[in-house]
Design a protein around this ligand. Structure first.
Ligand code: R1P
Ligand code: URA
Length: 234
């Protein structure tokens, strides 16, 4: 047990899928896992362990933002031995050809800083995903009709951005989408020598202003869950 996770040692699988939303975790576990058991309810951060295609998987919320992701990813990697964490998130499209409901695979995540920034001092560290997971996720995506984009994303500290100039620079430099957790997840995976990837569905569009309702963000992003599961066990 840790301050934020009540699961017993062994209750959490080596492979963990993490949406920000704990109720997306519940939906994904009910939809894709067999014999799923709830392994955490502390602070409402629901987590479930079950089986997918003969493989043991945990699906657990990370909360919103990098400080929250940092707490859960640290405890999962350090105290529960998680070897692979795949974020299954929503994101805001930042390019004209990245449409709502498309899938984004994040090779790297830019930020203005993460909870880990202080240890890097003057280094502008470049967080990067696990290449094997990325390859496998891309292969899984190509078996589906949903358009999938691979490239860089922006891990922001704000959902309601006030700095339009930063958004403009991200768009100008080809950043595909904005979300709020991947950069810190990639940094922690590098530190603990584990595998990480962010697989996301576009829920909003920064240029067009489109926005899906909360029930769709919670329960309809199945392609990304399937891609993440296939990639984890490829
Ligand atoms: O849908 P999730 O996985 O929470 O991801 C995105 O949605 C939240 C903001 O609405 C942030 O956590 C952002 O990263
Ligand atoms: O962080 C996020 C997530 C979804 N959509 C956004 O615009 N931002």
């Amino acid at each position: 047990m840790t301050p934020h996770i009540a699961a017993k040692p062994g209750d959490i699988a080596e492979t963990v899928l993490m949406p920000g939303d704990p109720y997306r975790a519940k939906w994904a576990a009910e939809t894709y896992l067999t014999d799923a058991v709830c392994i955490n309810e502390v602070r409402g951060m629901l987590g479930f362990t079950g089986m997918w295609n003969g493989n043991r998987v945990t699906i657990m919320g990370s909360g919103m933002g990098m400080p929250s992701m940092s707490i859960y990813a640290n405890e999962l990697m350090k105290d529960y031995g998680a070897q692979t964490i795949i974020r299954i998130g929503s994101c805001g499209g930042m390019q004209d050809d990245v449409k709502v409901r498309d899938v984004v695979l994040a090779m790297t995540a830019t930020s203005t800083g993460t909870p880990s920034s202080t240890i890097f001092r003057e280094i502008d560290y470049a967080p990067v995903c696990d290449f094997g997971l990325l390859q496998a996720a891309y292969a899984a995506s190509q078996k589906r009709d949903t358009p999938t984009h691979v490239g860089s994303i922006y891990s922001s500290d704000t959902f309601y951005a006030e700095r339009n100039d930063l958004t403009e620079q991200m768009i100008r430099h080809g950043v595909l989408a904005v979300e709020m957790e991947a950069a810190e997840l990639y940094i922690l995976a590098a530190r603990y020598k584990r595998r990480a990837l962010a697989v996301m569905t576009v829920s909003d569009h920064i240029i067009t202003g489109e926005s899906l309702p909360s029930d769709q963000r919670e329960r309809t992003f199945g392609d990304m869950v399937e891609i993440a599961l296939e990639a984890a066990f490829a």
